[in-house]
Design a binder for this molecule. Structure first.
Ligand SMILES: [Zn+2]
Length: 509
């Protein structure tokens, strides 16, 4: 007797009678009865409809394993496409079994592994199945797209919005946090890192009820267009119908303006995007270092950093003022230790002026720095002048040789002993060499003139360095690196410390 294994995929949908386990087993049993020498060895099956996710099919893997151990002689199943929709995978499965002399029957396709053109038939059946799978996949996507265009929302709830039946509803508690984040970023000039600290200090929990906020999550809140009422969908889709892997889809995006009730105003959202865009994409980590003074002004009372607030004046100019972040957020100190009594504020231009003044007192050293730099410049220039001189002598020597050679050729020509065309060729070659060397000498001499005039523009160089050293035009990052901190006291005094210099400057505000 030949041992027969059966394999079927069982539909999870109860109405799908044709694909029920009983229906399929009945079909297999009828087939077995048709052969006198067949007997049922085992029935393998997997649940679920999709034929594409092969790796999640324990029944399939068990059936394959048993076949490789030659536990059965014959395998019957219904369709090629139920085993695999990928030709590569199919061969990997079928060929080892056929090698073990197992005969495979596909009842619905009327194909069996004893047929001489078995693999060709299978290939054509699979490519047909792939077509069907692609069509289904496209149908599903088209349906989703239509639903999206009509404004249905797919995905999960987010901070500030609950998603129910593909519609967004404002979640008041979350919306309050969203407004707070935008307010801190846009109105209070706080960096993302400072916002994170503020949220954690106030014990505000994340969506997942965590006490700690990530920089990334705050960043994505500020970037999410849903908060100003817009909807942009289909950021990811499933273009690969074989692996069902989600891939980033940048091409197909559906945007609907004013799709749902906003949490924050469009102006505020736009302002946040403007600020986020003005930073390099990788700078979210140091996002609080937006100004020279960011994080550098400290409160003498609570030790917290000062935060800035910009106010537009009547004449259109903007005044930026710094104040203690604890006093700013929580007001005067309360019984539970929250807040700060230091109400002293300091204008940004005043703080910058303090920095310039402090740096200005270092002027005594400037002369020394300038002299040192000039010495280095002169020395390196002199080096290149010497080098050029050497080269000019070299080329002049070569020019001399070439001219003499040219004369010898002219002598040969006059003697009349040599063919005219040979002389002409030699003359044209040497002319080219001569003009080449002459050009090199000319260029070197030009550089030489420039270097000889160095004494004249040394004054300009000194002036330029001096300008740099008085810091007025220095880049912000450079100024930041020089400043250690400014401590502001409630009694209208401030102490400024420069980095690496053990000296403090005191100011009265
Ligand atoms: Zn304070």
């Amino acid at each position: 007797m030949l041992k027969v294994a059966t394999y079927c995929r069982v539909s999870t949908s109860s109405e799908d009678q044709l694909n029920s386990f009983e229906r399929q087993m009945q079909m297999y049993n009828e087939e077995i009865l048709l052969h006198d020498d067949w007997e049922l060895y085992n029935s393998y099956y997997d649940k679920g409809l999709s034929g594409t996710e092969v790796m999640n099919r324990p029944g399939f893997l068990e059936m394959k394993e048993a076949g490789l151990n030659r536990e059965y002689d014959i395998l019957i199943t219904r369709e090629v496409s139920r085993l695999s929709r990928n030709i590569q995978h199919f061969y990997e499965f079928v060929r080892p079994l056929v090698k073990k002399n197992i005969q495979i029957f596909f009842l619905d396709d009327e194909v069996d592994s004893n047929m001489p053109d078995f693999e060709t038939r299978v290939a054509s059946l699979i490519s047909h199945a792939q077509d069907e799978s692609r069509k289904t996949s496209q149908r599903v996507k088209r349906g989703q797209k239509i639903a999206m265009q009509s404004g249905s929302v797919f995905g999960n709830s987010l901070l500030g919005y609950d998603l129910r039946d593909t519609k967004l509803y404002i979640n008041q508690k979350g919306a309050e946090i969203v407004r707070k984040i935008f307010d801190m970023y846009v109105n209070r000039d706080m960096g993302i890192r400072q916002i994170k600290k503020a949220l954690e200090r106030e014990n505000i929990r994340t969506m997942k009820n965590n006490i700690s906020w990530s920089i990334k999550s705050i960043y994505s809140v500020l970037r999410n267009e849903k908060y100003c009422g817009d909807l942009v969908q289909q950021k990811t889709c499933t273009p690969d119908y074989l692996t069902h892997e989600k891939k980033k889809n940048s091409g197909m995006r559906i945007a609907i303006k004013n799709h749902h009730e906003p949490i924050i105003s469009r102006e505020m959202w736009n302002e946040a995007q403007k600020r986020l865009n003005s930073k390099s994409p990788s700078s979210t980590d140091c996002i609080s270092n937006r100004y020279v003074m960011s994080g550098k002004i400290k409160c003498s009372e609570c030790g917290k950093s000062f935060v800035s607030r910009s106010r537009k004046n009547r004449d259109g100019t903007v005044t930026k003022t710094w104040r203690c972040s604890a006093a700013n957020t929580d007001g005067a100190k309360k019984a539970n230790g929250i807040g700060c009594d230091n109400g002293k504020q300091i204008r940004d231009d005043v703080a910058m002026d303090m920095l310039y003044q402090s740096l200005g007192t270092l002027k005594l050293d400037n002369e020394y720095i300038i002299q040192n730099l000039l010495y280095i410049i002169r020395k390196s220039l002199k080096g290149s002048i010497d080098h050029d001189h050497k080269n000019i002598a070299c080329y002049e020597n070569e020019l001399n040789k070439l001219t003499q050679k040219q004369l010898r050729i002219l002598d040969m020509d006059l003697s009349g002993d040599y063919p005219k065309d040979m002389i002409a060729k030699k003359l044209s070659d040497i002319k080219m060499d001569i003009s080449d060397v002459e050009r090199k000498i000319y260029e070197l001499k030009k550089c030489d003139d420039l270097a000889c005039n160095y004494d004249e523009f040394e004054k300009d160089i000194a002036e330029y360095i001096k300008n740099l050293l008085c810091f007025k035009n220095a880049p912000d990052e450079y100024l930041r690196s020089l400043l250690k901190k400014i401590t502001v006291y409630p009694d209208r005094t401030a102490k400024l410390e420069l980095g690496n210099i053990n000296k403090t400057w005191e100011f009265i505000l």
